[in-house]
Design a protein. Structure first.
Length: 154
């Protein structure tokens, strides 16, 4: 039986250099999905109000190489590694890259939520795992750094 490479996960957050329109975002997703499929990587990308949050999972060597490329990508800045480490199983085994848009309508509801992380998890329909909690907390901190003011310009 062939040896399976160690599964690894990585969570990062970044800011877009300029807002991505629907066509640019679709191009990004198309390219990412093809490349991820070739390299055995799965995960989720969340984009909203000029911010990216991404969870990646796959063979450690492939994740490490991809993250170096992500850090060099000129479409975003301030790439922050939030969490990484070995995992036993994939969360997004059926998705080379699933995507969730995060709009102003959702962000405006977060300050009033009893648990903004749980509210965001429910709206985005993503699993309740520790890695997803890290991802969602980073988004909430970016969108609500000083309380209810919004960075989306609304």
């Amino acid at each position: 039986m062939p040896e399976t490479p160690e599964l690894h996960s990585l969570v990062y957050f970044s800011h877009a250099v300029s807002p991505l329109g629907p066509d640019a975002l679709q191009d990004l997703l198309d390219v990412s999905r093809r490349a991820n499929q070739e390299h055995g990587i799965t995960g989720i990308l969340i984009y909203g109000c000029g911010n990216f949050a991404q969870y990646l999972e796959g063979p450690k060597a492939e994740i490490d190489t991809l993250f170096v490329n992500i850090q060099r990508d000129s479409r975003h800045r301030d790439v922050q590694l939030l969490a990484e480490g070995p995992i036993a199983t994939r969360i997004f085994a059926d998705w080379s890259m699933t995507f969730r848009p995060l709009g102003q309508d959702v962000i405006e509801k977060l300050p009033g939520a009893v648990d903004p992380v749980d509210a965001l998890r429910t709206v985005l329909d993503i699993p309740a795992t520790s890695a997803m909690t890290v991802l969602l907390k980073s988004l909430i901190q970016a969108f609500l750094p000083d309380g209810p003011a919004s960075p989306c310009g609304a």
